[in-house]
Design a protein around this ligand. Structure first.
Ligand SMILES: *Cc1c(COP(=O)(O)O)cnc(C)c1O
Length: 393
């Protein structure tokens, strides 16, 4: 891999494999399998797979491989495995390493389905999970034990946008011999320094910023070649969470513009956060790029940008939040993020409705909290739409 190249160059060129036709744009290999010249070649390929050789699309495919290599190069990882969704990636990263009797420490502020895997599924297989408040280092210190197999965390968290001191958590984990798995969606691969700060495994839902145009579900697990090929791949290739070649092709095209899109969306997010902070209808504007954010300093130190999502806490609770959502004309009500279209979500009644009110309170998901994923629209139009909807409360 060409490590000296800069991000925007890598996003356009890395991982490309050209066929005998010398196509400019990455080819879509919509094929489930591959033919062999002879019985001997088939035997040999099942025995040891060479660098540019494939057997079956559940194990690997040239288009998917291009996407895996481009994303791994971007993240500064040796290798990667692309999956059918972000949740397939999270599930595989945990199931591939854990066995009954193991212990995991996880931050509590997680994407709803990640919480389900850790709370409901892992425990059924005899894996003990201790949840901590991710921003409290003392809780991590207390929870991590000599038999801790892994720590799992999401930074920046969804939807309360807590930023975890990844470097310090990784040091605590490594002192105990535990692996560090980071769900890195909100930081995006553009602003991520996860590997540099100590992450052993980085997991993405590529459905978000990487696709970036609301088309396809996808995911990826990134790490060392040893981890990806010896630990993760055997689990994934036999359990079937592979990414479709068509999705990989859309994601390759998504990666080409990822840096431009994420930076434009982040600039608008910062403008909106600054513009609406202090608005009479809002109890709080939460954005890691605001000096008022509780972990602003850590975000500035451990990320190279503050991200594309902000949260607004409406002073009037759920009634005000619903009025606000319903009065928006440009910003759409949905639950994706990282999309070209700005999207607004009311987590307490949708993505986090499974949780008890007590759990939600603990995570800072109040009835007035609204998550805003900032898209690529002109910022003046977004300011006008949001101002108007806040006025309608
Ligand atoms: C969306 C998301 C997931 C799940 O990804 P899917 O592609 O929807 O399966 C996991 N973690 C975070 C932080 C997410 O935002």
């Amino acid at each position: 891999m060409t490590d000296t190249r800069k991000t925007r160059t890598k996003l356009v060129h890395d991982g490309i494999r050209r066929s005998q036709y010398g196509e400019v744009s990455e080819a879509i290999f919509l094929t489930q399998g591959f033919v062999y010249d002879s019985a001997e070649q088939a035997q040999q390929r099942f025995d040891t797979l060479g660098e540019d050789e494939f057997i079956y699309a559940r194990y690997g495919n040239p288009t998917v491989r291009m996407f895996e290599e481009r994303l791994a190069s971007l993240e500064g990882c040796e290798d990667g495995f692309a999956t059918a969704s972000g949740m397939a990636a999270v599930n595989a990263s945990l199931m591939a390493i854990c066995k009954a009797g193991d212990h995991i420490v996880s931050s509590r502020a997680l994407f709803g389905s990640c919480l389900y895997i850790l709370e409901e599924i892992m425990s059924r297989f005899g894996v003990e999970v201790t949840f901590v408040d991710g921003t409290d280092l003392d809780q991590w210190r207390e929870a991590i034990r000599p038999d801790t197999r892994a720590v799992f965390l999401e930074t920046v968290s969804n939807p309360a946008l807590d930023v975890i001191d990844l470097k310090s958590v990784a040091e605590l984990a490594h002192d105990a011999g535990a692996m560090v798995i980071v769900d890195n969606v909100f930081a995006t691969p553009i602003y991520s320094r996860a590997v540099e700060l100590g992450a052993d495994v980085v997991v993405y839902s590529t459905t978000k910023h990487i696709d970036g145009q609301g088309r396809a579900l996808g995911g990826a697990v990134l790490g060392t070649t040893a981890f990806i090929r010896k630990t993760l791949e055997p689990y994934l290739k036999h359990t079937g969470g592979a990414m479709s070649p068509f999705t990989a092709w859309m994601h390759l095209k998504g990666l080409e513009t990822l840096d431009l899109r994420v930076r434009a969306m982040t600039a608008t997010a910062q403008t909106l956060a600054e513009h609406f902070e202090g608005h009479a209808a809002l109890a709080k504007v939460i954005y890691p790029g605001l000096p008022s954010h509780a972990q602003h300093a850590i975000a500035a130190e451990q990320m190279t940008g503050f991200g594309t999502v902000l949260s607004l806490d409406l002073a009037g609770g759920q009634e005000a939040a619903f009025r606000f959502l319903n009065a928006l004309e440009l910003v759409t009500i949905s639950n994706n993020l990282g999309d070209a279209k700005s999207i607004v979500t009311h987590p307490a009644t949708t993505t986090h409705s499974r949780l008890s009110e007590e759990q939600r309170d603990h995570l800072g998901i109040g009835p007035g909290l609204v998550r805003l994923s900032v898209g690529l629209e002109d910022e003046a139009d977004l300011i006008a739409d949001i101002s108007n909807a806040l006025g309608a409360i």
